[in-house]
Design a binder for this molecule. Structure first.
Ligand code: AMP
Length: 500
């Protein structure tokens, strides 16, 4: 028995004297050098007493060392548990208490605040970098050879907590095969090779940056331009050296907002991928008009890795997430049965990408993962006549007003077309007569003063009366999380008393 992730992703690095990680303002790391780093991290993990199957939690900034800790953790048969750097110590306390990691790595600046939290959970706390006694300092003298721990394909490799906009975050358990099978399918579908240089500006505590981007690049022997985050200057400076980029929609809207982002700058690029939040059709079109490239949109989630993708060759259809990936089944369900093509229902998926269940939450797992392997994603969608999947929104964001279902995206699309509207979010808020009322939050285009009433007036002939927002407000920006997702739960809370 081998270690599937180590064998496919990291062992090949030992044979590479060419760069794998290009770092801004620093010398690039060769494959061999990065493998040395992984091996040394593995020795420090073992010296810290981390055994196979035990959890290693990390809440650290993005760096090659942090990526090496991921690789080292899965290579020694332990379970990697990355945490969003935005989480407060109180939030971290929940994750550590739930996952019971044996080791917790944090940034030096937060060590004092996190020490009591780690102590309460029983996890040993180390800072990843910084002064003496840090994990990185301990790596320095370690051997650069690595004996990976054997793992079965179905063994646990990582736990990623869902962003959990309502209720408690759940730990999605992902196996070696969940991750590897998905990386293989995507690498093939998106035609990645060892000639690719992937611009990597995503965080590595989330499935998109950690698994989709990094695993594909390691699997195919390419390079990554590894940026600490999305910094417009750095991204513009790096694009001429990249062949491909993966991003969330806000990356692309921020690039389009800058005049230096030109057709010439990206004429040589092979691929732009978007996911983690809906890419507006308008952004897709503006991107094509500016650059000549059609962004390839795909759909996935923490629990399932990637599920669908627009085609690499063939029509990339704006406003859709394309077709189920090879080996992944997808169906649209309502009231216990599959709905006819074109109708909206709950999206369910099944395949080697689908997680093992929620960590220590058998009831939650049973609610969402059917015994025959179908996972109830919680997303609503439809499949069009040509087989393209369209996401309509999260089931819990559906507005039910006076007994009628309103899909927010349908209203948002019409709102976004109104003069002066940059973007919008539609939510349901409590209403004395209707149960819930459709409520719109509008963001004006730069330099425009929007009148909410006038915008709503423009919807009169476009949408059935019950779909028209009963009220609207104008704000400077929508609340978004780090992956660019609009935080609808927060909007519902803010405007809950509007019709009281
Ligand atoms: P996360 O687990 O944080 O990756 O969030 C997954 C959720 O993001 C999915 O269930 C969808 O609701 C949403 N999502 C991901 N990709 C897309 C996409 N291309 N279009 C619309 N929603 C998306």
């Amino acid at each position: 028995m081998t270690n599937p992730l180590y064998a496919a992703l990291f062992a090949p690095l030992t044979l590479r004297d060419s760069p794998v990680l290009q770092l801004p303002g620093e010398a690039a790391l060769t494959g061999r050098a990065f493998h040395d780093m992984i091996a040394q991290a593995a020795h420090v993990l073992q010296a810290a007493g981390v055994g196979a199957g035990e959890r290693v939690a990390v809440q650290v900034g993005k760096s090659p060392q942090a990526l090496a800790v991921y690789a080292a953790t899965v290579s020694i048969g332990a379970v990697f548990l990355p945490l969003n750097t935005a989480y407060t110590p109180a939030e971290v306390a929940y994750f550590l208490g739930d996952a019971q990691p044996s080791l917790f790595l944090c940034d030096p600046a937060r060590a004092d605040a996190l020490a009591p939290v780690a102590a309460a959970s029983g996890a040993r706390l180390m800072t990843l970098d910084g002064a003496k006694g840090s994990f990185a300092a301990a790596m320095a003298g370690q051997p650069t050879t690595l004996a990976p721990a054997p793992r079965a394909p179905g063994d646990l490799a990582a736990i990623l907590y869902t962003s959990g906009t309502t209720g408690r975050s759940k730990g999605a358990m992902l196996s070696h095969d969940n991750l590897l099978s998905n990386a293989r399918v995507l690498a093939d579908l998106w035609a990645f090779t060892d000639k690719d240089v992937l611009l990597h500006a995503l965080p590595i505590f989330h499935t998109h940056g950690l698994f989709v981007a990094s695993n594909i690049s390691f699997l195919t022997g390419g390079q990554m331009i590894f940026l600490p985050g999305f910094d417009l200057q750095q991204v513009l400076a790096a694009l001429p050296r990249a062949t491909a980029m993966m991003g969330v929609p806000t990356f692309y809207t921020r690039l389009l907002d800058d005049d230096r982002f030109t057709r010439d700058l990206v004429a040589h690029m092979r691929l732009f991928v978007s996911g983690s939040a809906p890419l507006l059709a308008e952004t897709h079109q503006a991107f094509q008009a500016r650059t000549g490239h059609r962004i390839l949109e795909r759909y996935g989630m923490t629990e399932t890795n990637m599920n669908t993708s627009n085609p690499y060759e063939g029509e990339r259809r704006a406003g859709t997430v394309g077709f189920p990936l090879p080996g992944v089944e997808l169906r649209i369900m309502a009231e216990g049965a599959e709905v006819p093509p074109g109708e909206v229902g709950g999206i369910e998926v099944r395949g080697p990408n689908v997680f093992l269940g929620y960590w220590q939450m058998p009831e939650k797992t049973a609610e969402e993962l059917r015994p025959d392997g179908w996972f109830i994603t919680g997303d609503l969608g439809r499949i069009d006549a040509d087989g393209y999947v369209q996401i309509v929104g999260r089931a819990k964001d559906l507005v039910i007003t006076g007994g009628y279902n309103v899909y927010p995206i349908e209203v948002e699309m019409v709102l976004d077309e109104q003069p002066g509207v940059l973007e919008s979010a539609v939510v349901g808020v409590p209403h004395p007569d209707f149960g819930e009322a459709v409520f719109a939050v509008l963001v004006p285009q730069k330099g425009v003063t929007l009148q909410a009433e006038a915008v709503l007036e423009g919807l009169k002939d476009r949408l059935a009366r019950f779909k028209q927002p009963k009220a609207a407000v104008v704000v400077d920006a929508l609340p978004r999380n780090t992956m660019g997702k609009v935080q609808k739960a927060e909007l519902r809370k803010t405007y809950a008393g509007w019709f009281a």
